[in-house]
Design a protein around this ligand. Structure first.
Ligand SMILES: Nc1ncnc2c1ncn2[C@@H]1O[C@H](COP(=O)(O)OP(=O)(O)O)[C@@H](O)[C@H]1O
Ligand SMILES: O=P(O)(O)OC[C@H]1O[C@](O)(COP(=O)(O)O)[C@@H](O)[C@@H]1O
Ligand SMILES: [Mg+2]
Length: 489
């Protein structure tokens, strides 16, 4: 299963347009691997559960809104414990690494991977890699036991440390081989999962019995296919405190403007959901929805109208919004991500200048809670989600699956091949109903001209034609276009 050094996609087709986008397995490239009974069948907590083991053919549909004549469409392998496993517990040497930016819930995922390995499978050798990918070859490892990780879920950040850049595939795989590691758990965002995919390909090329499994982490919720990423719920909740403060400040003074910047480099999900949750926000600006400042239908005109009618207003802006209006930054971080200009400071100055020219006194308070939001521990709902992700990924690795990311699809835990996770970024679709709901809740201008709406419709129609020809496409013909709601995390 190889072409150009990249393993081929495993696609299984069935009746009525059923497609399984399967994940690789160790047995795909290592013949005659022995199997073992899953120790969970003797575990008092699980042995009593009827049908605890996942059926070998269980899969989860990507799209659940269908028509009576729709093909069954794309499915992913359902996550969960298998009757047969491909590792003896004594044989396992696992490692965990966290990469990229911080995200609430990272420590919970680490804790639950360790607990699942120890208490479900009797695996006792788990190493933490210190400081992201470069830690494989440049730093010390940290032995992880249930005692060490017992209460880390109450802390923000990651006890393992993290970093950007430093992905050297060959050095990383050498280090994995040298240390005798055979299960690699990689927690990180879009960049990290691309790195994980390259590590998997190299391990497969060397024919090693080593599983590479990803857990998607991104506070921006910019990873495709999955319902939402862990930490997102916490981020939306935490953002409410900043928005409340901005509202209190704004409504306490004459012509008060509260401006809150939230994270979201390319995807404005945190800003959109925080706005919808708060009800105090009058304008939400995200990277996916270009806006303009001056003239009819522009931001300044809207602010002026709000101030005249209500005496105050609250604006939420995602860090990646309006970047095309700022002078372009050529700087990148160590991972190659573009370093953004501070849009909050820029827009604050713009608003102040505009009203000074209008000879209208305003009172603007700019709040930037971004790193405070990212550094908190996961909330209750994210902690449960992190636990399920961690348990799923351990079950998958013990069952010999590799080259996959564990993720929630339509409320079910699944194993998703890396190529689907890495194919594009998940973004707010501004022609979807979720963005329309936001616009109707804030009453802000859409900043879209008639010409753009016509262009967008044209694109939508040609997209539908294309999708009807290509059932592999995400917005495929198995779902009516009006029912595709890609914006919901
Ligand atoms: N295309 C890529 N191939 C290999 N490694 C990558 C790639 N993109 C990013 N990485 C590595 O993944 C790690 C995290 O990436 P980064 O973009 O900083 O964060 P995130 O994973 O949260 O998006 C870094 O160590 C970086 O070197
Ligand atoms: O300042 P840092 O640590 O590079 O992080 C800033 C970036 O990290 C994020 O919080 C998350 O990005 P990643 O998930 O890609 O790490 C972005 O919203 C933000 O632009
Ligand atoms: Mg990223």
């Amino acid at each position: 299963m190889e072409s150009n050094g990249i393993s081929e996609q495993k696609i299984v087709t069935g009746d009525s347009g059923y497609i399984l986008q399967d994940v690789p397995h160790l047995s795909d490239y290592i013949p005659d691997l022995p199997t073992y009974s899953n120790p969970l069948q003797d575990n008092p907590a699980y042995a009593v559960v009827k049908q605890y083991f996942v059926h070998v053919d269980d899969s989860v549909p990507q799209k659940i809104v269908v028509h009576k004549d729709s093909p069954r469409g794309i499915h992913f392998r359902r996550a969960g414990p298998r009757q047969k496993i491909y590792f003896e517990p004594d044989e396992v040497r696992a490692c965990i690494v966290t990469c990229g930016g911080l995200c609430p819930g990272l420590n919970t995922v680490i804790r639950e991977i360790v607990y699942s390995l120890y208490h479900m499978y009797g695996v006792t050798r788990v190493l933490g890699i210190d400081g992201g990918y470069r830690g494989f070859y440049a730093r010390n490892t940290i032995p992880l036991t249930p005692k060490v990780v017992n209460d880390i879920h109450k802390r923000g950040g990651t006890i393992l440390g993290t970093s950007r850049g430093g992905h050297d595939t060959s050095k990383i795989v050498h280090s994995i081989q040298d240390r005798g590691i055979n299960q690699v758990y990689i927690i990180g965002g879009d960049g990290t999962q691309k790195g994980a995919s390259v590590i998997f390909e190299e391990i497969r090329r060397r024919g090693l019995k080593v599983v590479v499994a990803g857990i998607p982490k991104t506070i921006d919720n910019d990873i495709p296919v999955i319902d939402r990423s862990f930490g997102f719920d916490t981020a939306v909740e935490e953002a409410q405190r900043a928005i409340n403060a901005a509202h209190v400040e704004a409504e306490s003074v004459e012509n008060g403007i509260g401006l809150v910047k939230l994270m979201g480099r390319y995807s404005g999900f945190i800003a959109m959901y925080a706005t919808l949750a708060s009800r105090d926000v009058d304008c939400c600006l995200i990277p996916e929805s270009p806006f303009y400042l001056d003239g009819k239908g522009g931001l300044y005109e809207y602010i002026e109208k709000q101030l005249k009618e209500n005496g105050h207003m609250v604006i939420v802006i995602a860090e990646g919004a309006g970047q095309e209006l700022l002078s372009e930054s050529m700087q990148q971080d160590a991972s190659g991500n573009k370093l953004l200009q501070d849009v909050g400071l820029w827009i604050s100055q713009g608003i102040k200048d505009y009203f000074s020219k209008q000879k209208m006194t305003i009172n603007l308070k700019y709040i930037d809670p971004t790193y405070m939001i990212r550094a908190v521990p996961g909330n209750a709902s994210d902690n449960v989600y992190c636990t399920l992700l961690a348990q799923s990924v351990v079950h998958g690795a013990m069952a010999g699956y590799t080259g996959f990311t564990s993720g929630l699809v339509n409320g079910r835990q699944t194993y998703i091949p890396f190529y689907r996770i890495n194919e594009k970024q998940h973004k707010v679709v501004i022609t979807d109903r979720m963005w329309a709901r936001l616009l109707s809740s804030t009453n802000q201008p859409s900043f879209i001209t008639n010409k753009e709406v016509i262009e967008d419709r044209k694109e939508h129609i040609s997209g539908e034609e294309k999708n009807a020809e290509n059932p592999n496409d995400e917005n495929c013909a198995d779902v009516a276009p009006e029912n595709v709601n890609d914006s919901i995390p």
